[in-house]
Structure formats: structure tokens, C-alpha cells
Design a protein around this ligand. Structure first.
Ligand code: ADP
Length: 271
């Protein structure tokens, strides 16, 4: 097979400091993991700040960042790369993981359990002391440079056997537990991200807490910080709070008519 050139996907370099408010000691812990070339696992519900944290750390450590949103069709070839026919020639195209390893970037595999099982074959040798990426199709073994770091995220809340992270995978990572920030900090984050006043932000957080209490009794997940930010943006844009909460929060967390009515009722009681 004629191997013409290597095309790399774009690696994002963050010039501007992303806004991230630390919740605990996650920043120094992550820096220590990076210095020690250890891969990191971020556990926690959707929309609680994991992606923003990784963006902030990539900026702080001055590393390019490659983010992959994993889904159930994602294969090892999607991560590693494949040969393509371009203008009658065979061209190797690095996938995002290979590009990140070569560039010494931080590679963030979001919701890794969603990906096909064969992806673990390429993740495992990168996530232990070997720090290598086997590219079988090219007969190549890429050694990760010091700057490379593998970060994966996973939501243990889904509690499905199919979506469990196997011990052989999880025991390769330094794990961080994420959750929604405490009420005061979450209100400050929502206010900072959207420009809404502290009083409205505090009400949104109160509403979120009520929905989070319904987790397991009608809702799979309560309102995430991300949804509060969405609602806040609509409110700043002039949408009445109750309508903003219905569209950005209630409709996002459930399709169930009774549950929708209950969640809507909660927001009406607050605003
Ligand atoms: P996840 O990756 O956990 O699904 P994100 O990182 O996308 O969630 O967080 C969703 C949104 O919540 C962010 O875009 C940001 O606006 C806000 N957010 C959550 N936690 C924080 C935090 N600690 N500092 C700053 N913003 C935060």
C-alpha cells in the first residue's frame, strides 16, 4: 500500500483562560497526575463541569486539547486513524487519539463507556506505564511524549451493566469525583456565565436542587449546571423565568407529561 502523507486533524490550542472555578483540590491533583504521566478518570453526572475543567487544565498546562465525544458507533479506527483514498492515492489519516499522542496533547475521551469495546485495545497500552499507541494498520507503535495525557470521563449514575467501566480499565486511572458545585458556588458560576443577577441565579439553583431530589423517583438526572446556564442565558435575553425553566430545564430532563407538569410546577413556585 502506498503511504503518501500523514494528515492530522486540528489540535485546539486554548489561548484564552477558560473560566473554571475550582470546587476542591482538583487543580493541583490534576497537575500532579500530569507531572507523573498518569492518566485521569473524571467521574460524575453530565453538565457538572468536567469538560470545562479539562479545558482549563489544558490551558494551564499549555497543552493542546483534543476532545472526543464518544458514542456507541465509535470504533478504535475512529480514534486511531485509517487509510483514505484521496485523488487516487492512499493517504493515512490520523484519528484524534493518534494526533493527540504525536502532539503531546491532552486527549479527552468524554463518556468513554459509550464507545465500542475495541477502543479499549488502543486505550489500555496508553493508560499504563507503556504509554504507547499501537497503530496496527501501519505496523507502527507511537510512544507518547511527556506532554501527552489521557483523560476519560464516565457517568456512574446511569447504573447499567452495559455502561460499566471495567476494572481492567478503571484501575489504570487516577480518578476524580465530580458533582454539582454547592449552592452558593453554583449560583456564582451561573451568574458569571450568563450575567443574571445573584438573586435569580440563587433561585435557579434552588429549582435545580428540587429536580435533583427527583433523581431515581421519576427523573434519570436532575437539572445540571449546564441547564441552569442555558436557562440563565434565556432569562438575560428577556424570556420570562418560568418559560425559560420550562424550555431549558424541564423539557431537557423529561418527556413524561406528569413529570413535566411537576417540574414546571416547581419552577412556578420559585419564580
Ligand atoms: P460536563 O463535561 O460535566 O458534562 P461541562 O464542563 O460542559 O459539563 O459543564 C457545563 C457548564 O457548566 C459549563 O459550560 C459551565 O458553564 C458550567 N460549569 C460547571 N461547573 C463549573 C465550574 N466549576 N466552573 C465554571 N463553570 C462551570
Amino acid at each position: 500500500m502506498q503511504d503518501v502523507e500523514l494528515i492530522s486533524p486540528q489540535l485546539a490550542i486554548l489561548d484564552e483562560e477558560p473560566y473554571y472555578h475550582a470546587v476542591g483540590d482538583e487543580v493541583p491533583l490534576f497537575e500532579s497526575a500530569w507531572r507523573n504521566r498518569l492518566p485521569v478518570l473524571l467521574k460524575g453526572p453530565t453538565g457538572c463541569g468536567k469538560t470545562r475543567f479539562v479545558e482549563y487544565m489544558a490551558w494551564k498546562l499549555k497543552r493542546p486539547l483534543v476532545t472526543v465525544a464518544c458514542h456507541d458507533d465509535l470504533t478504535a479506527a475512529d480514534l486511531v486513524g485509517r487509510y483514505l483514498i484521496v485523488g487516487g492515492q492512499t493517504v493515512w489519516m490520523d484519528g484524534p487519539l493518534a494526533a493527540a499522542v504525536r502532539a503531546g496533547a491532552i486527549c479527552y475521551l468524554d463518556e468513554v463507556v459509550e464507545a465500542r469495546k475495541d477502543t479499549m485495545v488502543v486505550i489500555h497500552p496508553l493508560a499504563d506505564s507503556r504509554r504507547v499507541l499501537p497503530i496496527e494498520k501501519r505496523g507502527e507503535l507511537v510512544h507518547a511524549p511527556a506532554g501527552f495525557m489521557l483523560v476519560i470521563s464516565y457517568n456512574p449514575g446511569y447504573q447499567s451493566v452495559l455502561k460499566e467501566l471495567k476494572q481492567s480499565t478503571r484501575q489504570r486511572f487516577v480518578a476524580f469525583e465530580f458533582d454539582y458545585p454547592d449552592a452558593e458556588l453554583e449560583a456564582a458560576i451561573v451568574s458569571r456565565e450568563t450575567g443574571i443577577g445573584a438573586d435569580v441565579a440563587a433561585k435557579l439553583v434552588k429549582f435545580a436542587a428540587m429536580t435533583r431530589n427527583l433523581k431515581g423517583s421519576g427523573l434519570d438526572e436532575g437539572a445540571s449546571t449546564r441547564l441552569l446556564v442555558h436557562a440563565g442565558k434565556l432569562i438575560v435575553d428577556g424570556v420570562p423565568p418560568v418559560a425559560a425553566c420550562r424550555a431549558a430545564i424541564a423539557q431537557a430532563v423529561t418527556d413524561e407529561p406528569e413529570m413535566l407538569a411537576a417540574v414546571h410546577e416547581m419552577s412556578s413556585s420559585i419564580f
